[in-house]
Design a protein around this ligand. Structure first.
Ligand SMILES: [Cu+2]
Length: 265
């Protein structure tokens, strides 16, 4: 069997190598910052050391997650290995159905925007990303791929969080989706927005900065942690992860770009 031999051969090559190449490592999500303490309706970022369970979630170009449904216990911390078995980008984003729908509409509106929250894994073709999440609330939640068009094509899965006690679950939603009525209105270039936020990550090589910010009305963006481009890499000299900053951002050729940034005391 050719396939078998190929796998065996590549396995041997990998084994013979002194260390895994960068591509082969499974990336522990955002090791460069502390675990977020933000509470969401569907839980909070999990401490990898407390993960009691590991789950493999496979994503395919058929716009499906495998498994498409699973059950966890309230309070449980799960380490997800989100594997992209397809040829195009996919994401696994946890949330309530309402949040996922809103988020999906926003992705349609701002094609190409990048953001980064502890409850999402963006996975390039052939790669696996790790996400650790603690399900603190009982109820029914979902995971969707918000690459434009994928969620609408049915790329969605369901998590049932079984209540620890007998009390009724507070978050139950029906799995109906489809026309939320808000079809992608063409986003135009925005006026400049001045805002404050907290830096989560500075990537000088890619000229990108990740900022946790409140609502940016002029950019029609709700509060989130988002990856911005920077107009000039020199802007990144004076700031580092953890800093509170005042910044100015605008939408330029479809991308969100930070044009000014300074630390605030
Ligand atoms: Cu997808």
């Amino acid at each position: 069997m050719k396939i078998h031999h190929a796998i065996l051969a590549s396995g041997l090559i990998a084994f013979a190598r002194p260390a895994l190449s960068h591509d082969e490592e499974k990336h522990e999500k955002k090791p460069d910052r502390p675990t977020s303490v933000d509470e969401k309706a569907f839980g909070r970022e999990g401490d990898p050391k407390k993960a009691s369970r590991t789950m493999n979630i496979q994503m395919s170009d058929k716009m499906r997650f495998t498994p498409a449904e699973f059950v966890v216990k309230q309070g449980e911390t799960v380490r997800f290995y989100a594997k992209n078995a397809g040829q195009v980008m996919h994401e696994m984003v946890l949330g309530t159905m309402e949040e996922l729908k809103e988020h999906s509409a926003m992705m349609q509106k701002h094609a190409g925007m990048e953001h980064d929250e502890p409850y999402m894994a963006h996975v390039a073709p052939g790669k696996t990303e790790i996400m650790v999440w603690q399900f603190t609330e009982a109820g029914e939640f979902y995971y969707g791929c918000l690459v434009p068009g994928h969620f609408e094509a049915g790329m969605i899965g369901k998590v049932k969080v079984a209540a620890k006690s007998a009390r009724a679950s507070r978050h139950t939603e029906s799995a109906t989706f489809g026309n939320s009525g808000d079809s992608a209105s063409r986003a135009s270039e925005s006026p400049a927005q001045v805002a404050e936020g907290e830096i989560r990550k500075v990537d000088r090589d890619a000229k990108k900065i990740t900022i946790k910010h409140g609502p940016l009305d002029k950019l029609e963006m709700p509060a989130m942690t988002m990856v911005f481009q920077v107009r000039d890499v020199a802007l990144l000299k004076t700031v580092k992860a953890g800093d509170r900053v005042k910044f100015e951002a605008e939408k330029i050729s479809g991308a969100f770009v930070v044009t000014k940034i300074e630390p605030v005391q």
